[in-house]
Design a protein around this ligand. Structure first.
Ligand code: ADP
Length: 420
């Protein structure tokens, strides 16, 4: 019986937390969207954690709530009693939601009295101090996240950000309390009973260990993958799950396709390097809405050496993204690119590609939907937070879904080399 059910607000967030739990010795099943009632019930029994990816980060709050409640209800039907709402370590959201609105709904459905919000991941440069989120040395609102195409983050104060999104009271547990240990955290939270939502400072890695120890038995936790990394150890120590052996990379013999819609600096560096080694095609925004754009890519793909990995990207700099958004609208520009990359993926898989690497959270959602991928098994880790995965339904593929910011400069070659 799985010990933890996770609802992740985008697809790469889901593979991130799934890979993180797996690296900690849990067997992890990943469902893409909430399956129908009773679906996968037998398969899920063999796993320690079940993650449901819902593409809810950047959609209207009411839809995000409905999707997340659907996921919760399916997880509850599996007999699971502890849940985790996973969002990005940069707290990607807007004043309308969806982190606060979804958390409100999950708390209501679970009848939970209190939960914590812990986006931090110090080892990746995401820390929270006095309730303010930092990316490296910069405040969130001064980091590149201020220009994100969908969720520009212009405030760094999580207490304020969350209060705008929720009808519940928000309070802060400060770092001086956390550094005093798990018991001190529990005591501070007990004193704050009138505040159901608690932002937790997290400055060092050991703060995550303390928070996990203090909170792992709560019915609902919310945060990034950092806090989740500490959970397997808590479950194993408490005898709630047994440590699983480490995993190998999956096998696949066909062509690899790399599809990038992420415009993050990390992805753009990875593309610049991969272009030197693999045939590459840049989708121009002027063309992406047209059928000809897809036909153009497929024609180009046919001319490339058999089995050479193909790199196809729309990723570009902030000026070009801003210009495209001014022309087509913010959401519409993103959707045009996502739809086109999804269609391209579908055609290339039909033509024999069986390894698909996607860069970008929203982009991964669009591509997995276009490929009709319903469930994945988590395999070996390529880079922290990015595992290889294997589809458990047709089409049988191996997939790597990478959040924009993740992976070293050589990520694409590293991923492909693991499968050789
Ligand atoms: P990340 O993980 O880096 O945030 P996402 O895929 O979640 O990446 O978000 C990037 C968004 O930018 C997507 O909606 C994508 O369709 C959009 N996008 C990609 N290329 C362009 C472009 N050239 N112009 C405008 N928007 C783009």
């Amino acid at each position: 019986m799985p010990v933890l059910g996770v609802i992740a607000d985008d697809f790469t967030g889901a593979t991130d937390i799934a890979g993180t739990l797996s690296a900690g010795g849990m067997r992890v099943f990943l469902a893409i969207g909430a399956p129908g009632s009773g679906d996968y019930a037998r398969e899920a029994e063999e796993y320690d954690a079940v993650v449901v990816a819902v593409k809810s980060r950047s959609i209207p709050p009411a839809e995000a709530v409905a999707m997340s409640r659907g996921a919760l209800s399916w997880l509850q039907q599996l007999g699971i009693g502890r849940f985790y709402f996973k969002y990005c370590s940069t707290f990607d959201s807007t004043p309308a939601g969806n982190i606060g609105t979804v958390s409100d709904a999950l708390m209501d459905d679970l009848g939970a009295a209190q939960t914590i919000f812990c986006p931090a991941y110090p080892v990746n440069g995401r820390t929270v101090y006095m309730g303010n989120l930092f990316v490296g040395e910069q405040l969130l609102s001064e980091s590149p996240m201020k220009d994100h195409p969908l969720n520009p983050m212009r405030d760094s104060n999580l207490v304020r950000l969350l209060a705008e999104q929720s009808r519940r009271r928000v309070a802060l547990v400060r770092q001086d309390v956390i550094s005093a240990g798990a018991e001190a955290v529990r005591a501070a939270m007990a004193k704050m009973r009138d505040a159901p939502f608690i932002i937790v400072d997290t400055v060092e890695e050991k703060d995550l260990t303390t928070l996990a120890e203090a909170c792992f038995e709560m019915p609902l936790l919310t945060g990034g993958a950092g806090l989740a990394r500490e959970l397997p150890g808590c479950y194993h120590a408490a005898g709630l799950a047994k440590k699983a052996p480490s995993l190998s990379a999956p096998r696949a013999k066909g062509r690899a396709v790399i599809l990038c819609g992420s415009c993050s600096e990390a992805t753009r560096r990875q593309i610049a390097l991969a272009k030197k080694n693999f045939p590459a095609f840049k989708l121009e925004m002027d063309a992406v809405s047209s059928v000809q754009a897809v036909a153009g890519v497929l024609e180009w793909a046919k001319q490339q050496p058999a089995n050479a990995p193909l790199l196809i990207y729309s990723s570009t700099n902030t000026d070009e993204v801003t210009a495209a958004q001014a022309r087509y609208g913010q959401r519409a520009a993103g959707e045009m690119v996502e739809k086109t990359l999804g269609e391209i993926a579908g055609h290339l898989v039909k033509a024999g590609a069986d390894k698909v690497i996607v860069a970008g959270g929203e982009t991964s959602g669009a591509v997995t939907n276009a490929l009709n991928i319903r469930a994945l098994k988590i395999c070996a880790e390529i880079a922290p937070g990015v595992p290889w995965t294997e589809s458990l339904s047709e089409p049988r593929l191996v997939l790597a879904l990478k959040s924009g910011n993740f992976g070293g400069d050589d990520f694409f070659a590293d991923a492909i080399n693991m499968l050789l």
